[in-house]
Design a protein around this ligand. Structure first.
Ligand SMILES: CCCCCCCCCCCCCCCC(=O)SCCNC(=O)CCNC(=O)[C@H](O)C(C)(C)COP(=O)(O)OP(=O)(O)OC[C@H]1O[C@@H](n2cnc3c(N)ncnc32)[C@H](O)[C@@H]1OP(=O)(O)O
Ligand SMILES: CCCCCCCC/C=C\CCCCCCCC(=O)OC[C@@H](O)COP(=O)(O)O
Length: 233
């Protein structure tokens, strides 16, 4: 029986990869994050035709939320939500929340109220299928480098919140921050609340340093993380 060099190399790689995954934390981290992004990309491909039936509409966030909710289970993450009753029941508001990493999507999708859209950096629009889904979900995109344009976009958002009964989720730190403390807040979320004359609802996604750290390339599978989102009025 003849075995080509290519086949032998592939077989060796297939044998070594699980070993590497088991032994090397950094490799495991990249695999898990790669799978996370790849899986979300795949979910986005599923979501596009479903959302496209409505066109660009904040109601599509329900589809996105529904499709995303199992992802935490793939990673053994269990979440605990506290204070969800503090969301005002029948009026628009601005949610402000800390932002540690792209894993926050899981926390966001756990508590995302109906008719609530995040404000996102416009670069997300160019992430292929993910960008298309974000657009179909009515996500508001801002160009952080052009303050003037971002302010106009947010002024439009204030109008939309009132005319179409929409809630808006802002990460006031304006970027991901996994340091354990908070960055100084950008002011857009608060201008938005004043312009629309709506309440601000603070949410905390508790630190997941104990099971995830990008800097240390650590994403453990044996610890059950508990993300906590507490909404205060
Ligand atoms: C199933 C398949 C799933 C697929 C997958 C789906 C995923 C579906 C979920 C995606 C989820 C994404 C999540 C992304 C998460 C991010 O992309 S986070 C990054 C983007 N978000 C943000 O940046 C929001 C926070 N930033 C702000 O609010 C900032 O204030 C702004 C508006 C960008 C401006 O930024 P800046 O110029 O750097 O900062 P700042 O000092 O605040 O403002 C400058 C001046 O403008 C004034 N100003 C600011 N805003 C305003 C305003 N609105 N009106 C009037 N004046 C204003 C300030 O008062 C200040 O003036 P002074 O008071 O000094 O006189
Ligand atoms: C044709 C191009 C194809 C590109 C394909 C890219 C595939 C990416 C797939 C899935 C990405 C899933 C995560 C999307 C949501 C991430 C939310 C997020 O964390 O955004 C970053 C923003 O908070 C702040 O950004 P910076 O910390 O300032 O930076």
């Amino acid at each position: 029986m003849e075995v080509s060099v290519g086949t032998a190399a592939l077989a060796l790689a297939l044998l070594l990869l699980p070993l590497l995954y088991e032994r090397c934390g950094s490799f495991r981290f990249f695999c898990k994050m790669g799978f996370y992004n790849g899986w979300i990309l795949l979910l986005a491909l599923v979501a596009i035709p479903l959302c496209a039936l409505r066109g660009r509409d904040v109601e599509n966030m329900k589809i996105i939320r529904g499709l995303m909710q199992h992802v935490k289970r793939l990673y053994g993450i269990r979440m605990e939500v506290r204070g969800a009753h503090n969301f005002p029941p029948r009026q628009p508001y601005v949610v402000v929340s800390n932002h540690q990493s792209s894993l926050d999507l899981l926390g966001m999708m756990e508590v995302l109220p109906d008719r609530c859209v995040p404000i996102a950096k416009r670069e997300l629009l160019y992430m292929g299928a993910v960008g298309v889904v974000c657009w179909l979900g009515g996500i508001i995109f801002i160009d952080r480098k052009r303050t003037h344009d971002a302010i106009s976009t947010m002024a439009e958002a204030a109008h939309t919140m009132l005319s179409q009964d929409v809630r808006v989720w802002v990460f006031p730190e304006g970027t991901r921050n996994h340091s354990g403390s908070m960055l100084p807040f950008k002011r857009g979320a608060f201008h938005l609340a004043v312009q629309a004359q709506v309440p601000v609802v603070p949410i905390v996604i508790s630190s997941y340093q104990h099971f995830y750290s990008k800097r240390e390339r650590r994403f453990t599978q044996d610890v059950w993380g508990t993300g906590t989102c507490g909404a205060g009025g």
